[in-house]
Ligand binder design. Structure first.
Ligand SMILES: *Cc1c(COP(=O)(O)O)cnc(C)c1O
Length: 348
């Protein structure tokens, strides 16, 4: 069977959540952000494992993701929706008891008209200028909200992965100016914000990437192993080339192994001639272009070619692979393909 295997360690994900939870004081609840299929790792088993570990609040990007998550979690846990209340979402939000994070005056009007009895949060723009209610609109929102109080006032940091960036303090000041003294339950920190220190923690933190032990929480446990089956090996004489575009030429006699995964599986084409796979402790450089279903690597130094080579594992983290591809761990995770045989190990 020439199918690559992705193993997801649910105990490591739960341990990372516990480690993130310990970064803040007892007054801060630690939620879990599980948008995009739990960053590509499988929302059903990951949500179950986190709920078993004690997570009571979850966030997703879309109402559809929230409805799917509600089916996994059952009634009880809080599920917040970052995209708020979009046109046409009312039935989904109501039936799945989702809490939209309203991000514009229009959304506030829509929510109050369609679901006057359903709880909501607000997403405030403290400077990122991506999603959220601007300070002037927030100041003017009183009449729309009437006597309804948001269950959460949140904002998002643009530069929290750079601890010294002045944007962090600027956004903190703006968020406080928008929310101080109003008795609101507040949330500013994702993974990066949790690492910035207590003044960023407020009542609730909502890490996502840190659950997977990737930057900015690279000290977390590794959660993934991605093993690719070797389907052919061959010997090249000096001067022979490998793969599309002849982008690699053998300078010396070389043994090349071909493994069964490629950019259709999330192993980005940018890894061509740059990334490596691992045979235990031995690195095997990627030779030539990564193609849709196949990657060719240098196995000249291996006494014996194993059945599988690792793209992720003890010797290569999500961040290592991201660095080789010139991207970030978030993109490596969410690009993980659907063709892998997926095994969720551990609890749940
Ligand atoms: C994705 C996201 C998060 C989680 O961020 P991480 O950096 O993955 O911890 C939190 N809040 C919002 C609004 C998001 O979009």
């Amino acid at each position: 069977m020439a199918r690559a295997t992705l193993t997801i360690d649910l105990d490591a994900i739960a341990a990372n959540w516990c480690a993130l939870d310990r970064l803040s004081g007892p007054g801060t609840e630690t939620a879990a952000t599980l948008k995009a299929d739990a960053y590509g790792t499988g929302v059903v088993p990951v949500a179950r494992a986190l709920a078993a570990a004690g997570v009571r609040s979850f966030f997703v990007a879309l109402a559809e993701e929230g409805a799917a998550l509600r089916r996994v979690l059952g009634p009880g846990p809080f599920i917040g929706v970052f995209s708020g209340h979009m046109e046409g979402d009312a039935a989904l939000l109501r039936d799945a008891a989702l809490v939209p994070m309203l991000n514009s005056p229009d959304q506030a009007v829509r929510h109050r008209a369609a679901l006057p009895d359903c709880p909501f949060g607000v997403q405030l723009d403290s400077g990122m200028n991506r999603l959220g209610i601007e300070p002037a609109d927030w100041a003017a929102l009183g009449p729309v909200l009437g006597d309804a109080t948001p269950v959460l006032a949140m904002s998002h940091l643009a530069c929290s992965d750079e601890a010294d960036h002045p944007m962090n303090a600027a956004q903190l000041a703006t968020f406080r100016a928008m929310t101080d003294g109003r008795g609101l339950r507040r949330s500013l920190a994702a993974t990066g914000g949790l690492l910035l220190g207590p003044e960023y923690h407020f009542d609730l933190a909502r890490p996502g990437i840190g659950l997977h032990g990737a930057a900015p929480f690279a000290r977390g446990r590794q959660t993934l192993r991605l093993s690719l089956p070797v389907i052919q090996t061959r010997s090249l004489a000096p001067g022979e080339t490998v793969g599309y575009g002849n982008s690699w030429t053998a300078a010396a006699a070389t043994r090349v192994a071909t493994v069964a995964a490629g950019y259709a599986d999330g192993l980005l084409r940018a890894l061509s001639n740059r990334g490596r796979l691992w045979a235990g402790e031995t690195p095997c450089d990627i030779l030539g272009r990564v193609s849709m279903d196949l990657i060719t690597v240098d196995v000249t130094d291996l006494p014996e070619v194993p059945d599988m080579l690792d793209a992720l594992g003890p010797r290569q983290t999500v961040d290592d692979l991201a660095a080789a591809a010139g991207t970030i761990g978030y993109e490596i995770l969410t690009a993980l393909g659907t063709r892998y045989a997926r095994h969720h190990e551990g609890r749940a």
